[in-house]
Design a protein around this ligand. Structure first.
Ligand SMILES: C[S@@+](CC[C@H](N)C(=O)[O-])C[C@H]1O[C@@H](n2cnc3c(N)ncnc32)[C@H](O)[C@@H]1O
Length: 252
């Protein structure tokens, strides 16, 4: 392992060391998220999403590790977006806005928009400023709060979009919520026939066992492809991203 890789691994460890606080606040506790914002505002070209993403990747590799989907798994998300070409998009877990910038910069359909939920007020605030710097504010609504506590906001978004359901969903929040939030989406008909559901951190080592099992057991409901890669900015740690197509049961 190189010195740079060791330093990133140490920085990741430092972020998750106080797991209880990390899970409660969505932040590492050493100010790295605010420092990222300053770095992006200082170094990335305004109105240029690619420049913003590059700055965020550089910061995560050279200063402090971050839980963005990152530049190794990011292309899997890009390909999924190209496949589904969605108009109404939902993300759960904005963090500092990396994936929101990645998603919004690839929404090609007329009137397409991303609704992104982030439980941490500080992260929401940072994400909004980063998305604004990338010139994508008109394409993204960041909602502060847990998804399962704000279903009304998601329903209203769909109404305003004149869309019966989300065409694409990106699950990238705390893994304990993947299963229950997916079931909420299904029960509330917020996913429909052909909706794409992409989930990060689905690797066997860190992925949510219940949702992984559900995908395997319900292949008729969620036609899934697992893309193996590595965890964000940790090339030695295996991880994967799943891309599923939701299928409504056929009526007999
Ligand atoms: C892995 S990070 C998201 C990374 C982001 N998608 C990216 O690639 O740039 C997970 C984020 O989800 C947030 N979070 C966790 N549980 C949540 C929930 N139930 N609803 C909304 N946000 C949640 C955390 O605060 C954290 O910022």
């Amino acid at each position: 392992m190189t010195l740079a890789a060791l330093s990133t691994a140490f920085s990741c460890l430092k972020a998750v060391m106080n797991m209880k606080k990390f899970l409660a606040t969505g932040q590492a506790g050493d100010g790295r998220e605010k420092a990222l914002l300053d770095y992006v505002l200082r170094t990335a070209e305004k109105g240029n999403p690619l420049s913003v993403l590059n700055a965020m990747d550089t910061y995560a590799k050279t200063s402090s590790w971050l839980m963005n989907i990152g530049d190794d798994k990011g292309p899997i998300l890009d390909k999924a977006l190209q496949k589904y070409n969605p108009r109404a998009v939902l993300e759960i877990g904005t963090f500092c806005g990396y994936s929101a910038v990645r998603i919004a910069s690839q929404l090609l359909k007329e009137g397409s928009k991303l609704l992104s939920f982030e439980m941490s007020p500080d992260n929401s605030n940072i994400a909004r400023q980063i998305i604004e710097h990338a010139g994508l504010s008109s394409k993204v609504d960041v909602v502060e709060g847990k998804f399962n506590e704000h279903l009304d906001v998601a329903k209203q978004f769909l109404e305003e979009m004149n869309s019966p359901h989300f065409d694409f969903v990106f699950l990238d929040h705390w893994k304990v919520y993947y299963m229950s939030d997916y079931l909420l989406l299904k029960e509330n008909a917020m996913v429909g026939n052909g909706s794409g559901i992409c989930a990060d951190n689905m690797g066997a080592l860190v992925g949510p066992a219940d949702f992984r099992k559900y995908l395997k057991k319900h292949a008729e409901e969620l036609e899934t492809c697992e893309h193996k890669s590595n965890a964000e900015y940790l090339s030695w740690f295996p991880d994967s991203v799943t891309v599923s197509t939701f299928k409504l049961p056929t009526q007999l």
